[in-house]
Design a protein around this ligand. Structure first.
Ligand code: C2E
Ligand code: CA
Ligand code: CA
Ligand code: CA
Length: 275
């Protein structure tokens, strides 16, 4: 038993070591990758359900890592936040996205995700405006997405931030709604322009009565508060059918295709005469 324990200890130490090595390679890769331009925007279509037309895109960051390949933001965003480089990373992909989106039809909007860490930076609004000016991009075509989980601390700071962004014409959406800590009173006091229903409720819509009830309630809430709704994670015609029972919704999801590069997005828009 002693021997086995020791082997297990060695194995444990070994895997800890390789995990630590992976983590430190990840960190240095991210630090190097930002100035090297390895972080790139991908674009996911946003559809107006009433017309079926593309009304905008959500930018989703990807890491084109020389050693790891195309890396998902769920892996690199938390690390970038922890090592203090999320603002630089975000600035790099938003700058590229503004330049890409400038060529699209001006009625198309661009949504970008903002980390809670960035929201705690008192200069955030200023920095974002600088990027808009540099790219000559109209603020009223930009929408920023804040997750519910950004709202549980420093609510006063977040409120003044949202207000100053809105004063510049930028719209602000509440992302992943229904999964976080936000209370309904925050919905009333924070001047959001849109609610995005988390995809966990949308993907399960046809099979789960509870999800259907929750989606119905959120749509009613949006109507009552005058907040338009986006449903994310629309993967199937069945879900689309359920969502058509409501009016005024926007939708996103793999049903409309996977997130694409700037080039593929532009090619698709050109075919639709939206470039
Ligand atoms: P999110 O903002 O909720 O973005 C939606 C995620 O769901 C994206 O994953 C998208 O690819 C995925 N998705 C879209 N439609 C479907 C669908 O029909 N089914 C399924 N199963 N998934 C779908 P992705 O690109 O891996 O991004 C994950 C998260 O990383 C995003 O969640 C967002 O919170 C964060 N993120 C992405 N880009 C950035 C960024 O530039 N800055 C920050 N701070 N966060 C980012
Ligand atoms: Ca989002
Ligand atoms: Ca979301
Ligand atoms: Ca999410």
């Amino acid at each position: 038993a002693k021997k086995r324990g020791r082997n297990r200890y060695y194995w444990f130490e070994h895997s800890m070591e390789s995990e630590l090595r992976f983590r430190s390679e990840l960190e240095s890769g991210i630090r190097r990758g930002i100035p090297a331009g390895e972080f790139v925007p991908y674009y996911e279509k946003q559809i107006d359900l009433a017309t079926g037309e593309i009304v905008g895109f959500e930018m989703l960051a990807r890491w084109n890592s020389p050693s790891l390949g195309l890396v998902s933001p769920d892996l690199f965003i938390p690390v970038a936040e922890e090592i203090g480089v999320i603002a630089d990373l975000s600035e790099s992909v938003i700058r590229q996205a503004l330049l890409d989106a400038r060529h699209w039809n001006p009625k198309l909007t661009l949504s970008v995700n903002i980390s809670p860490v960035q929201l705690r930076d008192p200069w955030f609004a200023q920095k974002l405006l600088k990027l808009l000016v540099e790219a000559n991009f109209p603020p009223n075509r930009l929408e920023i997405e804040i997750t519910e989980n950004s709202l549980h601390e420093n609510i006063g700071l977040v409120r003044s931030m949202i207000t100053s962004l809105k004063n510049q014409g930028i719209r602000v959406s509440l992302d992943d709604f229904g999964t976080g800590y936000s209370s309904l009173s925050q919905l009333r006091t924070l001047p959001f322009d849109r609610i995005k229903i988390d995809r966990s409720f949308i993907t399960t819509l046809p099979d789960s009565k509870d999800s259907a009830t929750i989606v119905q309630s959120i749509v009613a809430l949006g109507e009552g508060l005058g907040l338009p709704i986006t449903a994310e994670g629309v993967e199937s015609e069945e879900v689309l059918h359920e969502l058509r029972k409501f009016s005024g919704l926007k939708a996103q999801g793999y049903l409309y295709g996977m997130p694409e590069t700037a080039r593929t997005t532009a090619e698709e828009l050109a075919q639709l005469d939206l470039l």
